[in-house]
Design a protein around this ligand. Structure first.
Ligand code: SIN
Length: 322
């Protein structure tokens, strides 16, 4: 049974490991201070659960970069291949958890559960949310029906594909948009809303994993927003900078478009100049919900339902090549 198996807990930092100088200060803290083993020691209900713990990094996730992703992917690939491991929990900051979880989903595509968790309040808060989230995440990682990459926060289980941070302060800061959460965690029990078919698990893309682990940098994919007055100046400035310094050349651009993928005509003109120079351009919607409806007649392809930040990652991975 998976729920009696070993769980590996990988710490990367975040508010869950944050410390404030004044107890009760929920905003003036430094993220990534408390070791993950100390966070686990603060959850009495986890005593006796078979676990191995590793501190992969200790970072405020707003500063996430390729080096941390490479270390995390390598450790995840290692532990997921072990027969004695039933699932892995990753503690992470809330700010870019949707990007890291989506990356792991895209590259490792695990059948075992990889459960990201986080907190909106630091470990020193009067009522920290981290301990309950950690307990819930370890529960999900050992659940016989759990699979694939999910994020557990505030009693809800979200698929990595759908999750987005939608609130800057509340402890239930996440949402799965139209898809809704996969399950709720209630007193150690999972109540499934969609069933496990909501999470796609396939064979890992070992070629992509190796290319990513060996990469010195991700292909440069920039994110621009279409808005009132968007005149395309930022796109033309990128092309000019890239012409004199090739490290700045944008291989791809994701446009966070209005509504159903519409783009200000002046920005659209600049994007078509970029496409003519070989830059790959993708349209995502800047709306919090919904997707760009596919339109084969539009010269700029849509993001297949991905949010702008996830579309940026998907395009960077595609540009890493086969
Ligand atoms: C972070 O993302 O590392 C800091 C913010 C948070 O975890 O809520």
């Amino acid at each position: 049974m998976r729920n009696s198996g070993l769980r590996v807990i990988l710490g990367t930092g975040g508010t869950i490991a944050g410390k404030a100088s004044r107890p009760g200060d929920n905003v003036g803290y430094v993220a990534g201070q408390v070791k993950v083993e100390d966070l686990l020691a603060g959850v009495p209900a986890l005593q006796g659960v078979p676990m191995e713990v590793e501190q992969v990094d200790q970072i405020d996730s707003k500063d996430m970069h390729l080096g941390v992703w490479q270390r995390l992917l390598a450790r995840l690939a290692h532990h997921l291949a072990r027969e004695d491991v039933s699932g892995v929990v990753v503690t992470h900051g809330t700010d870019t958890i949707e990007e890291t979880a989506y990356l792991v989903h895209s590259v490792l595509r695990p059948s075992k559960p990889v459960v990201f968790t986080c907190a909106m309040r630091p470990a020193t808060a009067l009522v920290p949310d981290g301990p309950q989230n950690l307990l819930d995440a370890v529960t999900v990682a050992g659940h016989p029906q759990a699979q694939g990459v999910v994020v557990v926060c505030a009693g809800q289980v979200h698929a990595a594909e759908h999750l987005a941070k939608v609130h800057s302060y509340r402890t239930d800061a996440f949402d799965s948009g139209d898809a809704g959460p996969l399950a709720s965690v209630e007193e150690g029990q999972l109540r499934w809303h969609h069933g496990v078919e909501g999470v796609s698990a396939q064979a890992p893309d070992n070629g992509l994993l190796q290319r990513l682990l060996q990469a010195e940098a991700l292909p440069r994919v920039e994110l621009v927003t279409s808005h009132a007055g968007a005149d395309g100046g930022v796109v033309r400035a990128m092309l000019r900078a890239g012409a004199s310094d090739t490290s700045l050349w944008p291989q791809g651009i994701v446009v966070a478009a209005t509504g159903n993928g519409t783009v200000h005509r002046d920005l659209a003109q600049a994007l078509s100049e970029a496409m003519a120079k070989g830059v790959r351009v993708v349209r995502a919607t800047r709306c919090a919900r919904g997707r760009v409806i596919p339109d084969p007649a539009n010269p700029i392809p849509d993001s297949a339902g991905l949010s702008p930040v996830k579309a940026r990652l998907a395009l960077a991975l595609a540009l890493l090549g086969p």
